[in-house]
Design a binder for this molecule. Structure first.
Ligand code: ADP
Length: 432
């Protein structure tokens, strides 16, 4: 383009020079130069006219034949438009491809604009959410999906996790809803019907809870008999060892049933709105004393210390929090060798409140850390067996913390020790 412009400039100057020379020869430089200039202006207007005529048909007609700068300009415009058109076609094809793939999904997909209006939804949105593009296009999504939990989630803007919603459109059905952002404030809402999964999950929970309940009564009878048989060991000393083992196993089973029932209660109980302040610092003191008493009773020598850097209280359920903190401190005692030390710390940092338990015990290989809070996950089954573990402790801790919008952080080095940190979010904290 630059090249043809400089050629054009040279052409203009050449016309001026030639007409000036002719004018000089005819003895009238000014008039001849003006005539030359006029010819150039007329030619330029002619080219502008051709360009203006062609421009509206730019997409369908090839560029007009022009010489010099104007020809190059038309060619350049035509090339630009052509490239633009192929880019647009490619984009159109991509959008159509994406829409087709969303349309074929079994999950409902709804595209929502910046103001919450429905821009597009796939066919599955009709059976799952009761939405259809023909009748609901442009409508505000939260005016159509009236589930309070969904509205709260949609308006919160925090879409890190998905939520489970009981559908109003199809009573007794359960949906898993996920939202992601795209474009300029647009949102993509995915909803999956998980009624069947939720039903099976409920059945599993009920089964575990019923079995645990049913096992309780026979176990009470067995432990009763074991206690009575202990009275006979004076006459039959050979019974002493087997009876001790039976008592130990019965105690383990009792603990297992208790943990299973606790976990199933935590899973089934609705997450109530907590309004009671619970002092984590005071609870830590209680947990510390209990752990010391337990160590004394089990003849374990551990040095336990509590450091309250800043007293904190959170809105929560005291007995649940007691159980979580106690589980962590008792674990630290169990997985620390003789004369090991355990340091509990309570305080505040920029993430919120925390309760941490640091030990210099056996430690954990980092590969196990992500799975520690799974039910029945134990690293060393024989060690857990020795310590009377059930493999449910950390699963209970995680569940309790989740019910308090809190999380568990684990860091550890094999052979050096571990640190378990409960993190309480700022919105749960109560200022002292
Ligand atoms: P358990 O009843 O077996 O202790 P938990 O769920 O409480 O079950 O813990 C799961 C596993 O995590 C334990 O088996 C143990 O291997 C490991 N663990 C928990 N706490 C600690 C700790 N403080 N130090 C080292 N390992 C630990």
């Amino acid at each position: 383009m630059n090249k043809s412009f400089s050629i054009e400039l040279r052409r203009f100057l050449l016309i001026l020079v030639i007409t000036a020379l002719v004018g000089f020869w005819l003895n009238n430089v000014l008039i001849c130069s003006l005539i030359g200039l006029s010819i150039y202006v007329i030619w330029t207007f002619y080219n502008i006219y051709i360009l203006a005529r062609w421009f509206p048909r730019l997409e369908s007609t090839p560029p007009p034949e022009s010489i010099g700068f104007w020809g190059a300009l038309c060619d350049e415009l035509y090339r630009y438009q052509h490239n633009n058109e192929s880019e647009k076609n490619k984009l159109r094809a991509d959008v159509a491809y994406l829409r087709d793939s969303f349309a074929s999904l079994h999950d409902a997909v709804v595209m929502v604009d910046r103001l919450g209006g429905i821009e597009w939804c796939n066919d599955a949105a009709r059976p799952i959410l009761g939405l259809s593009l023909d009748k609901d296009y442009g409508q505000t999504l939260t005016h159509l999906l009236r589930e309070p939990q969904f509205i709260q989630f949609f308006d919160s803007g925090n879409y890190a996790d998905s939520i489970k919603v009981h559908s109003l459109h199809k009573p007794n059905s359960v949906l898993r809803v996920q939202i992601t952002r795209f474009g300029q404030g647009n949102r993509l809402v995915f909803a999956r019907d998980i009624t069947e999964i939720a039903r099976l999950e409920g059945m599993r929970r009920d089964f575990v809870s019923n079995v645990s309940h049913e096992l309780r009564t026979p176990l009470t009878v067995i432990t009763g008999y074991i206690d009575n048989f202990h009275l006979l060991t004076e006459q039959m000393p050979a019974l002493q060892n087997p009876l001790n083992q039976m008592a130990q196993q019965a105690e383990r089973m009792e603990q297992l049933i208790k943990d299973l029932l606790d976990l199933s209660k935590l899973e089934t109980k609705p997450n109530e709105v907590h309004r009671t302040p619970v002092s984590i610092s005071d609870l830590s003191q209680v947990v510390l004393e209990e752990a010391r008493a337990r160590c004394r009773a089990d003849n374990m020598h551990r040095s336990l210390a509590l450091d309250v850097e800043q007293p904190i209280s959170i809105l929560g359920q005291e007995s649940e929090l007691h159980s979580a903190l106690s589980n962590l401190v008792i674990n630290a005692c169990k997985y620390t060798e003789e004369n090991g030390s355990i340091h509990i710390c309570v305080g505040l940092d920029d993430q919120g409140g925390y309760f941490s338990v640091l030990d210099n015990g056996v430690g954990i290989d980092p590969t196990h850390i992500p799975r520690l809070t799974e039910r029945f996950y134990r690293i060393d089954k024989s060690r857990s067996f020795d310590t009377g573990g059930t493999g449910l402790g950390l699963a209970i801790v995680k569940r309790i913390l989740l019910r308090h919008d809190s999380s568990l952080e684990i860091t550890s080095q094999l052979g050096k020790g571990s640190e378990f940190i409960c993190r309480f979010p700022k919105h749960r904290l109560i200022s002292h």
